[in-house]
Write a protein that binds this ligand. Structure first.
Ligand SMILES: C[S@@+](CC[C@H](N)C(=O)[O-])C[C@H]1O[C@@H](n2cnc3c(N)ncnc32)[C@H](O)[C@@H]1O
Length: 240
């Protein structure tokens, strides 16, 4: 089989990533999260083929949001798909679909830029309750190229990692469990507060502060800010 140079570069990039985070795949971790928590209401931003969305139990009501969904995996019948950006969903549709306090688990995997992930978190948290869990994908960058704000290759985590730093700095009330799920980590954020307005009030400041930070900052500070936990043996009751 011939592998194009582009694909080859991305395979190498993923292999490098696997050298760093060699736990179970993020889909395996997500499946165990669904089986453990059995959420009544689950929302996912960024669904693409539906692989992660399809992991929910058939009893769970699921909301999937993506401007370009390409569903190729069967999803359960309790699933509503909104073909739009998450910003559009939260500025137009949300009130008819989700009641405040009804969201049990949400997975943020849409646009991989800090300010988008931040807005997704702010919008989602409003619909949470005190035992909800917000899961953030791609928050442990694996190399310089894949964590740039401009996408240059297939495997791309962007600068979502800055969310961990911002939450640790400005939302000391939430608990962050950073799992080493392959290939680029899953952060389980618990102790969320639907009444908190801190991130919303500071949105512009946070963008000014974090968007200019470079990957080198992560390399220097990851020991202190990004202690990863083995996903395979993680006891989910520890998030509370
Ligand atoms: C990495 S894929 C999601 C993969 C999926 N969660 C899974 O694990 O199988 C990212 C998706 O985010 C979508 N996306 C990009 N910008 C978005 C936005 N502003 N709002 C919602 N989804 C977005 C893309 O169309 C793409 O399908």
């Amino acid at each position: 089989m011939l592998i194009s140079g582009y694909l080859f570069d991305n395979l190498i990039s993923l292999m490098d990533a696997n050298d760093i985070l060699m736990s179970e795949s993020y889909l395996e971790t997500l499946k165990r999260i669904h089986d453990f928590f059995l959420p009544k209401m689950y929302l996912e931003i960024g669904i693409r083929h539906g692989k992660s969305l399809a992991l929910a139990s058939p009893e769970t009501c699921c909301i999937g949001i993506d401007p370009e969904p390409e569903i190729s995996v069967p999803v359960h019948k309790n699933t509503l798909i909104f073909p739009m950006t998450s910003d559009m969903f939260f500025s137009t549709v949300h009130a008819d679909i989700i009641d405040p306090g009804s969201l049990d688990i949400a997975f943020i995997d849409g646009m991989h830029l800090f300010e988008y992930a931040l807005r997704d978190f702010i919008n989602i948290e409003k619909y949470c309750h005190d035992t909800s869990v917000i899961i953030l994908h791609d928050c442990f960058p694996v190399d310089y190229e894949s964590s740039q704000r401009t996408r240059t290759q297939l495997f791309w985590t962007g600068d979502v990692w800055k969310m961990i730093v911002a939450l640790k700095m400005y939302r000391k009330d939430v608990k962050i469990s950073l799992l080493d799920s392959d290939p680029s980590g899953l952060a389980l954020i618990s102790h969320v507060d639907p009444h908190s307005t801190i991130l919303r009030d500071l949105y512009d400041t946070l963008c000014d502060q974090y968007i200019p930070i470079h990957y080198e900052w992560f390399e220097k500070n990851k020991g202190g800010y990004f202690p990863v936990i083995d996903a395979k043996t993680f006891d989910f009751t520890r998030i509370f």
